[in-house]
Design a protein around this ligand. Structure first.
Ligand code: NAI
Length: 430
């Protein structure tokens, strides 16, 4: 796999003032917008479709297709809402992008808003990151001062305002309809879909909800063309993406590469497994995606290949665990997270994650009973596909995959604590 075309979004992150408008423009920023403002709106939607860009928030839904679902203009407002509520465990690409080069998002938002006929766009930012709020707010102000935002943008007569809104630290508010409820000032809980936000979103108006990295990618696509993007990656998973390597890896961080790169190639870039140890298991796309093991080192990291192996590309949050790690302990921490973050709206998720947590704690403590593993799998089967949103499904993924690949560790949890099998002092992760 050639990675020579990347980096793009991460290209100048190590510049001392990477976040400023001046540095962004020095690196070709806002060329895409200038081209876009001279293009018909429908052609911009076609550009997004032809690029093959698929949602970078995890689900991989085709971005241009989502834009095309908006009903024809009726004279009322239509909105763009950027989902910057990045909170999937292990996922850490949007927040660094917003800190290092926020103008990619702002330029992408202006192009997208122009394409879909929106005059007021929103960024819903994760609540815990006050420093990012300050950085993005300043970037928005710089864009206003340079006439990229506000009225009569670059003398074209097009108007756009951007509002930055911080959440209050609830994982569920990353689910797009819970996000919209929260943005409207209500308690964030998922809405029934359909109607999808494209038809009835913010204030019941047609709304495009896209992830930060998706919209940021629109800026270089507008500058270089749909074919430039579509030529990267694989046939059905086109373009590039940011892969976040964390855990037992020598140089953790963000590695931008065409989709279809493998973990083996990414580990070569990241200096391999830390301290010369060996790979035990990893998440291809955050903790809501089924685990992979050392058998999956050469699976191309694109939507289709990862799915064919029983997992999901998700957010490309590659959490790497070496042979000192207890899979039971790791999965138990994730289960605590899902039980804590379940919004309580639907019974399978609210009750199911609570029961899963009890059983995982027993197995972690070496006090599991004979039927605990069957019970775990049975509860997961009863949550999967029956919860109101993807949170419940996500909670089951690490458990069922860990039982599939490491059943003997779960069986050991009937008599031996994880802390004895895998002494925490040997692993720095937990
Ligand atoms: P989804 O597949 O239901 O929807 C994906 C997008 O496509 C949504 O914007 C939806 O409105 C749109 N869509 C789907 N079908 C449509 C239709 N027929 N008409 C119009 N629009 C349509 O997935 P969902 O529940 O939005 O996201 C799940 C993913 O989120 C998971 O795969 C996970 O990887 C990811 N995730 C990401 C997190 C993060 O921090 N970035 C946190 C948690 C989960």
């Amino acid at each position: 796999m050639s990675t020579q075309l990347t980096p793009i979004l991460t290209k100048f992150w190590d510049h001392p003032t990477s976040w400023t408008l001046a540095t962004y423009e020095d690196n070709g920023g806002y060329q895409g917008l200038r081209k876009a403002l001279r293009t018909e709106q429908a052609d911009l939607v076609e550009m997004a479709k032809a690029s093959g860009l698929r949602g970078r928030g995890g689900a991989g839904f085709p971005t241009g297709l989502k834009w095309s679902f908006l009903p024809p203009p009726d004279g009322g407002p239509r909105y763009l809402v950027v989902n910057a509520d990045e909170a999937e465990p292990g996922t850490c690409k949007d927040i660094p992008l917003l800190m290092a080069a926020p103008q990619f998002l702002i330029e992408g938002m202006i192009i997208t808003s122009f394409a879909i006929g929106c005059n007021h766009a929103f960024i819903y930012l994760r609540g815990e990151v006050a420093h990012v709020h300050r950085r993005v707010q300043r970037a928005i102000q710089e864009a206003y001062d340079a006439s990229y935002l506000g009225t009569d943008i670059l003398g074209t007569g097009y108007n756009l305002d951007i509002t930055l809104h911080s959440g209050a630290g609830a994982y569920i508010c990353g689910e797009e309809t819970a996000l919209l409820d929260s943005l409207e000032g209500r308690r964030g809980q998922p809405r029934l879909k359909p109607p999808f936000p494209a038809v009835a979103g913010l204030y019941a108006r047609p709304t495009v909800v896209n992830n930060v990295e998706s919209i940021a990618s629109i800026a270089p696509i507008a500058a270089h063309g749909a074919d430039w993007f579509a030529d990267m990656g694989t046939e059905k998973s086109q373009g590039f993406g940011i892969f976040s390597l964390s855990g037992h890896v020598t140089r953790p961080g963000q590695y931008e590469a065409p989709l279809g790169i493998t973990l083996r190639e990414l580990l070569d870039m990241a200096g391999g497994i830390r301290n010369g140890r060996s790979l035990k298991f990893w998440t291809p796309g955050g903790s809501s995606t089924p685990l992979f093991t050392d058998k999956h080192l050469d699976v191309p990291l694109d939507f289709e290949s990862v799915a064919a192996e029983g997992s999901m590309l998700g957010t490309r949050a590659l959490q790497i665990f070496d042979d000192t790690t207890s899979v039971v302990r790791a999965v138990s921490r994730w289960t605590d997270f899902y039980a804590h973050e379940s919004c309580g709206k639907c019974t399978p998720c609210r009750e199911g994650t609570f029961w899963l947590k009890q059983i995982m704690h027993r197995l972690e403590a070496g006090r599991g009973s004979q039927d605990d593993i069957d019970k775990l799998v049975d509860i997961c089967d009863n949550i999967l596909g029956r919860a109101f949103c993807a949170l419940g499904d996500g909670a089951t993924s690490p458990i069922t995959s860990a039982v599939q690949y490491f059943r003997e560790e779960f069986e050991a949890g009937m008599h031996t604590p994880a802390s004895e099998l895998f002494p925490p002092e040997r692993s720095t992760l937990f």
